[in-house]
Design a protein around this ligand. Structure first.
Ligand SMILES: Cc1cc2nc3c(=O)[nH]c(=O)nc-3n(C[C@H](O)[C@H](O)[C@H](O)COP(=O)(O)O)c2cc1C
Length: 360
């Protein structure tokens, strides 16, 4: 109970450890509940989940834990892509569809992304203990509506401008997402390429810039990383890649397997998979598509166009065409029950810090 940071106290957490939201089926109710029951904060990544399925998933989490947990969404506006940009992307993707034995001139997806407004309404109605978001700021009105329902609101920043904007809109805490992080970059002010700031440099700058608790994310894999984050002034660590191989995680078996085989240079940031910069294990698809990565339509259009392709690749065990998001710390991810990851990180950080942490 020694690492009682400001955020840990606000949420009644035993450990200042957040299992980061990870869209793509990783954050099963079992994973979220295991982390929350262990005294950390589990997060359900709901970005690619329909409002109806969000309700079912939250009910499943509530059936497994009475502890706080978070629900996470991507802040997205509806898109109407130009048919020519869709045709351009499809032409580039055709060779992969042929390789996988798929239809090359398939009809466009029924929807480019889940409707954010409808997802938000479902989450507001269900009022989980914590709401977190990335890719944008939800605005002061939505923030106030959540807070009025007793929901603690968290936004994601990759630079100081974003952190200040989120604070001004009334959020309770900000995730400072460093360049090491696996998955999508949250950047929404300025170019993503300019906000690849390492966690070590970003966290203290964000801590100095705002007055609400800061959650460090990116490359934090164990108690050493957690202790470092707390020493930099963070109130908690949000760990994603560290939970990808957890026993309860819904990560594809080939993805779990690949994490056990890669080295420190294996990940890269690419725009070619989804139309938004994201870090994952370098693949043949990423290498071959690198010359066109900046020309692909913006998220969610490219993401929608590659969804069936990636799913088929996963089905066929074609790892060169699958996407396996992961952070720079991936070789340190271990196969363990999630509760052990939380408890070990917290105990190790406490031993390193060697004293009661009266943190920010
Ligand atoms: C597979 C994967 C999926 C992710 N999906 C989301 C998401 O849905 N929402 C979100 O806010 N962040 C997402 N992220 C980013 C994480 O929340 C977090 O910032 C990141 O995992 C921290 O860095 P680490 O992976 O080095 O621990 C994802 C990360 C990974 C690895």
């Amino acid at each position: 109970m020694a690492l009682q940071t400001r955020l840990a106290k606000m949420l009644g957490l035993v450990h200042p450890v957040i299992q980061a939201p990870m869209a793509g089926g990783m954050t099963t109710p079992e994973l979220v509940a295991a982390v929350s029951n262990a005294g950390g904060l589990g997060s359900f990544a709901a970005a690619t989940t329909s409002p109806a399925a969000i309700r079912t998933h939250i009910a499943a989490i509530r059936a497994k834990t009475d502890k706080p947990f978070a629900v996470n969404l991507f802040v997205l506006a509806p898109v109407e892509p130009n048919p020519s940009e869709v045709a351009f992307a499809n032409a580039l993707l055709a060779r992969y569809r042929i390789e996988l034995g798929m239809e090359t001139n398939a009809a466009p997806p029924a929807k480019w992304a889940e409707d954010f407004e409808a997802q938000f309404e479902a989450v507001l109605d269900l009022a989980p203990p914590v709401f977190s978001s990335t890719f944008g700021a939800i605005g002061a009105r939505k923030t106030a509506a959540l807070k009025a329902r007793g929901v603690l609101v968290v936004g994601t920043a990759t630079n100081i401008a974003e952190a200040k904007l989120l604070e001004a809109q009334g959020v309770d805490a900000v995730v400072a997402q460093g360049a090491e992080a696996g998955g999508h970059r949250g950047t929404f002010v300025g170019r993503a390429e300019d906000s690849l700031i390492g966690t070590m440099a970003l966290v203290p700058q964000v801590v100095d810039a705002i007055n609400i608790p800061v959650i460090a994310a990116g490359g934090i894999m164990d108690g050493r990383g957690l202790a470092a984050a707390l020493a930099l002034g963070a109130s908690a660590a949000s760990m994603g890649t560290a939970f990808l191989r957890a026993e309860e995680a819904g990560t594809h078996p080939l993805h779990k397997d690949a994490l056990g085989k890669i080295d420190d240079t294996a990940t890269t940031v690419t725009r070619a998979v989804s139309g938004r910069h994201a870090r994952g294990i370098r693949s043949r698809y990423m290498d071959e598509m690198a010359p066109h990565a900046d020309e692909m339509p913006a998220y969610p259009v490219t993401n929608a166009l590659t969804t069936t392709l990636r799913a088929e690749a996963a089905k066929q065990g074609n790892t060169g065409l699958m996407v396996m998001w992961a952070g720079q710390g991936a070789p340190m991810a271990s196969v363990k029950p999630a509760a052990e990851i939380v408890e070990a990180a917290s105990a190790q950080a406490e031993a390193i810090l060697g004293a009661r942490q009266e943190a920010k």
